[in-house]
Design a protein around this ligand. Structure first.
Ligand SMILES: CC(C)(COP(=O)(O)OP(=O)(O)OC[C@H]1O[C@@H](n2cnc3c(N)ncnc32)[C@H](O)[C@@H]1OP(=O)(O)O)[C@@H](O)C(=O)NCCC(=O)NCCS
Length: 176
């Protein structure tokens, strides 16, 4: 890929793009995660931000106006005006080109414009050092409240269904 011509645009997801997002990012999943994230946008809970390189969706993050809703964090922090980023990923062949950085910067701009005072996210406490390094470099600081377990459901094309778990920590950044 020619670095000179690598341009991305970041836009809210649209209904007509959801099948393309499913087949591009999660071809083996039946969980319809992109549809669920779009529904949150439609409910007014946030914006599902998609990075496009020409006609190809290359990365995504779901920006929520408030979160996370995990008890460990909510018991300790007032999340009312704290935006929350989840479901972040960049297609493998487009990684390390600034896609996630650009989406997060756009999310921070939107959250601040909305009146949020902070923005946060959860990241694997030990199993995702690359992502953690990126967030730390962007000014996100570990909340100091320790790690906690999150879980989510999956449903794949082979008929496998179940619950996945991950130990995560919460990082937060003031929107000044
Ligand atoms: C974590 C993830 C979203 C990062 O996406 P990305 O688009 O590769 O992120 P960026 O390119 O903005 O930044 C990644 C690194 O590339 C560097 N980089 C940015 N632009 C670059 C460029 N043009 N050339 C080389 N490196 C570059 C960044 O400085 C950063 O460096 P670091 O590793 O020292 O922190 C991606 O790796 C991913 O999808 N991982 C799998 C899913 C996942 O773990 N999601 C996060 C859950 S919390």
């Amino acid at each position: 890929m020619d670095e000179q011509s690598f341009r991305i645009e970041i836009r809210p997801a649209e209904a007509t793009q959801l099948d393309l997002l499913e087949s591009t990012f999660d071809p083996d999943s039946l969980s319809r995660d992109h549809y669920r994230r779009y529904e949150k946008q439609q409910r007014g809970d946030g914006i599902y931000l998609i990075a496009w390189h020409d006609q190809t969706p290359v990365g995504h993050f779901l920006l929520l106006w408030s979160g996370p809703h995990d008890a460990a964090v909510m018991d300790a922090i007032d999340i009312t005006n704290s935006a929350y980023l989840e479901a972040g990923a960049t297609l493998g062949r487009y990684q390390r080109r600034g896609v996630a950085t650009a989406i997060i910067q756009e999310a921070e701009r939107l959250a601040k414009a909305r009146g949020c005072t902070h923005i946060g996210l959860e990241v694997g406490s030990t199993d995702n050092p690359d992502a953690k390094r990126l967030y730390t470099k962007m000014g996100y600081v570990d909340w100091g409240g320790g790690e906690f377990l999150i879980q989510w459901e999956y449903h794949d094309k082979n008929g496998q269904q179940g619950i996945e778990t991950e130990m995560v920590t919460y990082l937060r950044k003031p929107l000044v």
